[in-house]
Design a protein around this ligand. Structure first.
Ligand code: AMP
Ligand code: MG
Length: 413
């Protein structure tokens, strides 16, 4: 029996992406858990990080030098009396600067009362360590120079970071500065991965002459992990309706289902038919892109699913373009927009218009010499050349010729 296909709904890349983002905007936040700050990199912040004290907590010297009154520097060089020294972590309270006085001060030390500027030690001469020494200041200063006022970065109680951020070294620095040893993060969403195809075998099996190894379940699991999800690899589904249906139903118990293969128009591509039997709602059944045109996005049993084309490069690209923002939302992350960089094309490209293309490529060179070149073999199944590529060149759907030296949008991998 030839498969029945869901009513065709092929969108432009932009429409399809917007459709995913729109649905992603409606998902509920996952449960939360508290974990050690040092184990939290890559997780999604589920609490606001709040300043537990003024930041900085005291007026902080930004340079090694002398704390002084800017008004004392109206004639240069100015000769000021050194009344003491404050180290980082030191106590400024013994000092209250009066006209004509200076205090030796170190980076990170609290500025004393009465001082309104710090002059770098490089702009002074003769200043000793001892009280009563005279320092000669060679350069003027404005009030505020080289002193960060208390609370300038944040007042105690002010929110510093909002929930939904992916925790990286920057977030960890802020949380650490706010005294947090534990942070509340969102639970990782479970993502079922179901590869379909009669030709597929597991990695631990010896493939027959006409069989191929199931690489997609593993590349998808890696993408899921990198995006903050927990992959659940299901057994390979044959191109046969009953078993496929049982495995799809199993996959719909996870938070998200990713299918690979079986979404094209071949005689044994049953994925859409089975999903339709399960009363699935289809948001799209194709996108005007290459690779990955047959990509499917829908919802069944209250769970979102993506039918990703089985061609390994298509699977990887369509995960990046469509599944990623949904998985981010299911994980409580604020989905981040696609970020395109630009690089100069090394060799001209000619492509038939009609599809927006995301072609594996290599970005090389730095600064004004950044150049991008398509990976040598452009059939969408060349895994090794894709693995060596470090970006995708984005080729507009409405043009045919792209000359050497043209600035092209690229997506980093
Ligand atoms: P399909 O989308 O099912 O028509 O498959 C397209 C191509 O991708 C075929 O050459 C398949 O053999 C190959 N393919 C499908 N699924 C996988 C997989 N899980 N791992 C590696 N290659 C696959
Ligand atoms: Mg297949």
């Amino acid at each position: 029996m030839a498969p029945m296909h869901a009513q065709e709904r092929v969108l432009s890349f932009e429409e399809a992406r917007r459709m995913v983002e729109e649905q992603a905007g409606t998902v509920r936040k996952p449960a939360t858990e508290a974990i050690a700050l040092d184990a939290s990199v890559g997780r999604i912040l589920a609490e606001a990080i709040v300043a537990d004290r003024d930041l900085p907590p005291f007026p902080r010297a930004m340079r090694d030098g002398y704390a002084l009154r800017a008004a004392d520097l109206s004639t240069l060089p100015a000769r000021l009396k050194v009344i003491g020294e404050i180290k980082a972590g030191g106590d400024p309270s013994p000092f209250h600067l009066r006209a004509g006085e200076a205090v030796g001060i170190m980076t990170g030390a609290p500025a004393p009362a009465g001082a309104d500027a710090v002059v770098m030690v490089e702009h002074t001469q003769g200043g000793g360590q001892s009280v009563g020494d005279v320092v000669e200041v060679l350069k003027g200063a404005a009030p505020g120079d080289n002193i960060v006022p208390a609370g300038a970065e944040a007042r105690r109680g002010a929110p510093l970071l909002a929930p939904g951020m992916r925790i990286d070294e920057g977030v960890i620095a802020v949380a650490a500065a706010a005294g947090k040893t534990n942070v509340t993060v969102y639970a990782r969403p479970k993502v079922a991965i179901l590869s379909t195809g009669d030709e597929l075998v597991n990695l631990d099996a010896a493939p027959g002459p006409n069989q191929i190894r199931n690489s997609n379940s593993h590349s998808l699991a890696a993408q899921v992990r990198k995006t903050g999800g927990e992959p659940v690899i299901l057994p390979i589904a044959p191109d046969e309706v009953t078993r496929l249906r049982a495995l799809i139903e199993q996959g719909l118990h996870s938070d998200l289902l990713l299918l690979s293969g079986g979404v094209s128009v071949g005689r044994y591509d049953f994925v859409e038919q089975v999903l339709e039997e399960l009363q699935a709602e289809f948001f799209f059944t194709g996108a005007m892109i290459q690779p990955g045109k047959p990509v499917v996005f829908g919802r069944a049993h209250g769970k979102y699913f993506f039918g990703l084309p089985g061609n390994p490069v298509s699977t990887m690209v369509t995960f990046e373009l469509f599944a990623r923002p949904m998985l981010e939302a299911l994980g409580g992350a604020t989905p981040r927009p696609l970020r395109f960089l630009h690089a100069k094309l090394k060799t001209p490209i000619t492509r038939k218009p009609g599809l927006k293309r995301f072609l594996p490529a290599t970005l090389s060179g730095e600064f004004e010499n950044a150049e991008v070149e398509l990976s040598p073999w452009q059939g969408s199944g060349d895994l090794a050349s894709t693995a060596r590529a470090n970006c995708y060149v984005v080729i507009a759907a409405d043009r045919e010729e792209f000359g050497a030296g043209e600035w092209m949008p690229i997506l980093l991998r």
